[in-house]
Design a protein around this ligand. Sequence first.
Ligand SMILES: O=C(O)c1ccccc1NCC(=O)[C@H](O)[C@H](O)COP(=O)(O)O
Length: 209
Amino acid sequence: MIPIQPRIKICGVTRCEDALLACQWGADALGFVFYEPSPRAVTVAQAQAIFQILPPFVTTVGLFVDATVEFVQHVLQQIPLDRLQFHGDESPEYCHAFARPYIKALRVRENGNITAAIADYPHAQAILLDTYVESAKGGTGVCFNWQYVPRPCAKPIILAGGLTPENVSQAIQQVSPYGVDVSGGVETAKGIKSAEKMAAFIRACRVSS
Ligand SMILES: O=C(O)c1ccccc1NCC(=O)[C@H](O)[C@H](O)COP(=O)(O)O
């Protein structure tokens, strides 16, 4: 039987060289943060420069946090994003209104039951589970207890939050997610990806599946 390999998304890409290396090592998707307070935020111009050098067959994901409809549309008009990712408190109606495939991020709290929250987003293509941290909306480098991932789940699950080359293998074995998403765990500084860490992360994903 062919083993099921989790899809790998490298999030918070800000530089052409990091995007190219991530693709070279075999990342399936790249995430671009359109949320100004984030240290990993990109401008439309930065994202356009990266898109010009991307190879084919890599899914591009635009990440927004409680953005205005106008801002999301403004970005969509200028950048051919494959997917939208909503990482704030966006309603199901808001997420669906763009008529684009989207990923809804939900942040898992201590002892949190997220099954009901997942059911609130019937049109989401996948649910990304990240760690609830009061002071930040995401990209915290903090893991949640993977026992809280509902199994089976009505939607494909993308596991995020504090994943690293060291723990991703254990995460995949425990959760069997559709995909994994990493930001801080493959960086040398916020927004600056490490070639070695990206390679190690992707290798660990492939070995464990
Ligand atoms: O990366 C950010 O700075 C960020 C800010 C606000 C909302 C979301 C953000 N990132 C979302 C991601 O997709 C991250 O990959 C995910 O939260 C996991 O991050 P990490 O724990 O650093 O791997």
